[in-house]
Every structure is written in C-alpha cells, then in structure tokens.
Design a protein around this ligand. Structure first.
Ligand code: P6P
Length: 336
C-alpha cells in the first residue's frame, strides 16, 4: 500500500530544512492550501451555480471581472487575513495593496502577491484555470509598506500555483526544489504525487499566441519559424500548444518540457503578464526545477519591480529551448 503524504505533513517535515523556522511559513502555506480547496469546490461546479460569467465590473487591468475571479480573491484574502501570517496581500484583482496586519495578523511578517484566478476567461469553456502566489518576507522593521511588496523575484521565500484542471494540483517551492500535490477529493487533502519535479532540459512543445504574430519582434518570428522548420536531427517541427491559461501552459511545460513565450506585442509593448504575481513565482518554480526564465535577455527574478501591476515579457521553460529563443532575438528588440 503506497504511503500517502499530505501537504500538511510534507510542509511540517520540510520545516526542518529551515533551522530558524518558527512555523510561520508552514502555517502560511497551510492557509493557502485551505483557500485552494474552497476555490476548487466552486470552480468544479461553476456550470451549476450562478457564479459564472462577468460581474459587469472591470478589474485593475481593465479586464472583464468574472464572478469566480471575485470569489477566489475573497477566499484567498480571507484565508490570509485569518491565518495570522500575512501582513500585506497584493492581488491582481485589487488596485492597491491590502493591509492585513491587524488582530491575529498584527505581527505578521510575510507579504503575499497573488493572482487568485488566472486564465479565468477560460472558465466558461472548461479549460484549466489556476491560482499563482508569491511569498516574500517583510523587509522593513516598522510597519510593512509598498516597498516590502516591490521586491525582486530572487527575494521570494516561496512560490507556487494551483491548477484547477482534470485534477486539482498544488505545486510549490521554498527554494529547495519543487513538489506537486494532487487533491484527493475523497479525503479533501492535497497528497504528494510529484516529488522533486524536474523540467526536461529540452523539449519539443512551444506555447505562444500566434494570433499576435504580425506584432512580434523579428527575433520571435524567427524562433517560431525555427520551431516550424523540418529538421529530423533536432526533432522539428515542434508541437504548438497554447491554452490561453498561463498556469496550464507552464504546468504542461514543467512536466513535458518545452517553452512558453509571451513577448512584447503592439497591445502590450511591455509584455502582458504581471511581474510580481505571475512571472516571478512561475520563474522561481521553473528555475528550481532546472529550467530558465527571462524577458528575452534578462533573468526575470533579477528584474527590479517599480510598480505593483508591472508587466514583463517572459520566455520560460526548458533551458536549451529558452536559450535558443534568446539567441534569435537581439537585445535591441526588448523593453528593459
Ligand atoms: P492572450 C490570462 O488572461 C492570461 O493572463 C494568462 O493566463 C495567459 O497566458 C494570457 O493572459 C493569455 O493572453 O493575449 O494570449 O489571450
């Protein structure tokens, strides 16, 4: 009988990796896991209850807010507020940071940046959506401020995502490798299913929205043509897969290898995806699994955040493939 290790058991076991840990980060990860199970329950029955469709409001990004977006945001913020370990949450769904450092969270020392439901426009068509989170420690000795949120990706103490797909998985890292947990609905627990995840060094799947082809930098166009050119010695033409859901595309890339690219486009001259709560956490995970993540020429984790909802281009995936894409794209084409 295979031993089942739950997320909670794993977190406690790994706490030993941090000699000075007092359990705060463990409790914070537990809180995120609880909210994920609640959101999962609603995502799974989204077609049955009036939680689908738009709220009629827009979010910070001017994107049509889906009801499930709002619900997920509320659930994660509530779990963080009542968990006692988070002093500030920065959410894609909120214009400004939210201070949680009152009551049980008065002396909390962690900052959480989160995209509560990424890819939510896919909910109505039953394509996998996800939650992405990034955790940093408060740097200031006094009350946390926006400066404590605007930290480089290298300062993350943990990062992870939940993918609500054919099964629901939570994948996270605390800087010592990447581990994946699958939700077992029969016991309501995330169970270790993908220990020590390693991304294949190379891969033959490329993910990019080719609808934007005409607006891509020439180097990106060159790379796409490279992927499509017959060359049996290098397993080309590659396979094109793109779901419109960053979590789903990067989860597939993590497991099967390949590359996910969201470059600069006419509509998004600085890239579309957000640095703090999409690109930084996904980049830490992929790097910890042995992959590479840049904006085409600079490491994502080294980019200096200047604003809360800052966007960046991203090339992320198997090291060999990301390097090939970078070599085809001159630095001059990239917005720093
Ligand atoms: P496009 C979803 O809206 C999202 O933020 C990511 O999950 C996804 O990778 C990307 O945008 C899709 O953008 O422009 O290709 O529809």
């Amino acid at each position: 009988m295979k031993e089942v290790k739950t997320l909670g058991q794993f977190i406690i076991e790994k706490q030993a990796d941090f000699p000075y840990a007092k359990g705060e980060l463990s409790r914070l990860l537990r809180d995120i896991g609880i909210a994920a199970k609640i959101v999962n329950r609603e995502v799974n029955k989204a077609g049955l209850v009036d939680i689908l469709g738009g709220t009629g409001n827009g979010n910070t990004q001017g994107e049509q807010q889906q009801k499930l977006d709002v619900y997920a945001n509320e659930q994660f913020i509530s779990a963080l507020k009542h968990g006692g370990e988070c002093c500030i949450v920065a959410s894609e769904e909120n214009e400004d940071i939210l201070y949680l450092d009152t009551g049980v969270s008065k002396n909390a020392s962690y900052i959480v940046a989160i995209d509560p439901l990424d890819g939510s426009s896919n909910i109505d068509v039953n394509i996998a959506v996800g939650t992405i989170f990034s955790i940093c420690r408060k740097r200031s000795s006094a009350r946390a401020t926006l400066d404590d949120v605007l930290q480089k990706g290298t300062m993350q103490v943990a990062a992870g995502y939940i993918i609500y797909g054919s099964s629901t998985m939570l994948v996270y890292t605390t800087g010592k490798g990447v581990n994946g947990f699958t939700l077992d609905p029969s016991i309501g627990e995330f169970c270790l299913s993908h220990p020590n995840m390693q991304i294949p060094e190379n891969g033959n799947i490329y993910a990019i929205n080719e609808g934007n082809y005409v607006h891509f930098p020439d180097g990106v166009k060159k790379f796409i043509k490279y992927c499509q050119t017959e060359d049996p010695t290098s397993n080309r033409p590659y396979i094109s897969r793109y779901t419109g859901s960053m979590v789903a595309d990067i989860h597939r890339t993590l497991i099967k290898g390949g590359i996910f690219i969201y470059p600069v486009t006419a509509a998004y001259p600085k890239g579309k995806l957000r640095l703090l709560y999409e690109c930084n956490p996904m980049s830490l995970i992929v790097e910890q699994a042995g992959g590479r993540a840049t904006n085409g020429c600079r490491r994502i984790l080294e980019l200096e955040p200047e604003t809360l909802h800052q966007r960046t281009a991203i090339f992320i995936g198997s090291t060999e493939l990301v390097l090939t894409a970078e070599l085809m794209t001159t630095a001059a084409e990239f917005v720093f």
